[in-house]
Design a protein around this ligand. Sequence first.
Ligand code: SF4
Length: 329
Amino acid sequence: MTDSFTLRHDWSIAEIQAILDAPLMDLLWRAQQVHRQANPGYRVQLASLLSVKTGGCEEDCTYCPQSMHNSSDVTGQPELEVEPVLARARAAKQAGADRFCMGWAWREIRDGAPFEAMLSMVRGVREMGLEACVTAGMLTDAQAMRLAEAGLTAYNHNLDTSPEHYDRIITTRTYEERLETLQRVRRAGVTLCCGGIIGMGESDRDRASMLQVLATIDPHPESVPINALVAVEGTPLEAQTPVEPLELVRMVATARILMPHSRVRLSAGREQLSQEAQILCLQAGADSIFYGETLLTTGNPAVEADKALLAAAGVQASWQAQPETHACN
Ligand code: SF4
């Protein structure tokens, strides 16, 4: 069988924009061909996300309710300790997740007791047989190496938006610092989870430009979360108009075409999509969905709704597949 795609790392913004703007049926057809060839079996990974340290973040990300610069900030929530986090990971595994992502609302990883606790969480999650992902801001080479030694599967650090639009979204950390963090993660041998958000007032060209940065990383990030802004009251972006579901479908399909083997994760904003729009995203090549924190009680309706979603789409969750193969392993 001839490859329906060529693995490239030299995409131009104009080429990407042409893909994003293609007639929807052509775009979906192309994305389907790439996806079915690169990721046979149509399996969707379920990832569970837990906020370990919530709120009070020094960064000024305009979309984020956890920034201390925004009136939405929830301060005073205690940081979770190791055992409760591992209990949540166990519950996530029982509910069908096979990747457990932990978040710290930090500008950068803090050495000392908080970092040692993070390492214990990573070890514990890996011992359960789950993939472990951490998002905690910038890190040093030494911290990246210690996370790798603890068995960390992936480190999440999103681009958020295009280099051109970036200054309107964040001013406390540069785009260059983001790219350096990604390089540190890669040097330590940990896989990259890196994507962005649409619906933050960016242009179509900005979307293509962000995808270009991702698609010219060599090798491509193993995991690419595509988020739609959830406009939260008290953030500077609270009045943003929600993105049209088909815009998200287009982003997913284009990401799939550009980065055939990456896990394209349908992330924030999924709650606002109908089941049909989510199925279109799966058809466009999304092969992971995030369960939220509300996952973690038995019989949670969100879990049941997601199982119904996968059943309606006729796709398997990755834990149902034997043997397991992950693009990011
Ligand atoms: S770095 Fe993360 S937690 Fe902090 S404000 Fe930005 S998005 Fe929110």
